[in-house]
Write a protein that binds this ligand. Sequence first.
Ligand code: PLP
Length: 390
Amino acid sequence: MAYPFERLNNLLAPLTPNSNATPISLSIGEPKHHPPDFALEILSDQEKMRALLATYPSTKGTPKLRQSISTWLKSRFSLEVDYEAEILPVNGTREALFSFAQAVISDKTNPIVIMPNPFYQIYEGAALLAGASTFFCSSFETNNYLQDFESIPSETWRNTELIYICSPANPTGKSLSDGQIEKLIDLAHQYNFTIASDECYSEIYSSSHNKPNSLLKISENIGNKSFEKCIIFHSLSKRSNLPGLRSGFVAGDSNLLKQYFLYRTYHGCAMGGHAQEISALAWSDESHVNKNRDKYTEKFSAVEKILKDHYKLYRPEGGFYHWIKTPIDDQQFAARLMETHNVKVMPGSFLSREDNGEDPGLDHIRVAWVSEKEECIEAARRLVEFARGL
Ligand SMILES: Cc1ncc(COP(=O)(O)O)c(C=O)c1O
């Protein structure tokens, strides 16, 4: 199926947006806060760049980068992760979430990949292109947008090779509880499947919630200290406002990473040396991340104050999205909002699939509060004006 942004462009293309209002886009989760200065300083160091650009980078990544990631995992989650065998750099989590499925799905008959719904669509494409079927573990409003893994039948678990979890989740902003993840780890051992935990929003959390936990920490807590069957995906895109750098990492089960490393060697996707150099610094510095997080908290407080009497809102546990119920069909909502107020939001049904006759994304929109505060406030005001006119 076409990617959500293409579907949104097709929906909005025939419309004429209100030209009296400046366009505001809240549809895409692309951070707009500034990248840290040290990233630009490295790029403008000609001598360093000359050497790095003249060298083929290694797929495994420099020890300096892997050590800085290992140190970050220790300080953030109190985790002991071996930087030689349990960490690999990737060019952003998107390519890794996709290629990981290609590397680990076997030729077993009828393999299943379980994933959230609504979701980050890469999970679905990765499963289908690896020759697997998809099974959705949906987040419905009636269940407070939580996933219910208990409802998955045992014959589904039996054929499952991989489960994607996303915590905190895009678009719902909900985190899985430690208890839910513990049960998933038990199931992974019982039925022999891998857990791929997308944790790319783990650093954009609000002070009113607990810090998001990591699959690897929960795994360690329950005695699975070698992280068997567990892999995490982290990114600098959201944490450090570096979506253009294409930098993240995967960590966990060393046997799975060995298999994945071999795949990556052939795939030819080593991270450029300049990106490795910047990334090593970005994982070693928390001050820019703290400032970034504070800016999101400030924006959430400001827009919630404006929106709260007109929309049913909840503060996400992590990430920069509001997942909001709409009083009319979500696609109509997005189209009319664009026409009347020149604000672009993502219809929920472009991020979801029908599951047993019900679509959890219907009558919802995803609003990405990525722009600077003043623009977010202006957009919130327009959303209120729009709601009044419905
Ligand atoms: C849930 C989720 N996972 C992964 C990604 C990919 O991020 P990146 O490839 O920039 O690390 C995104 C990007 O929006 C996302 O929302």
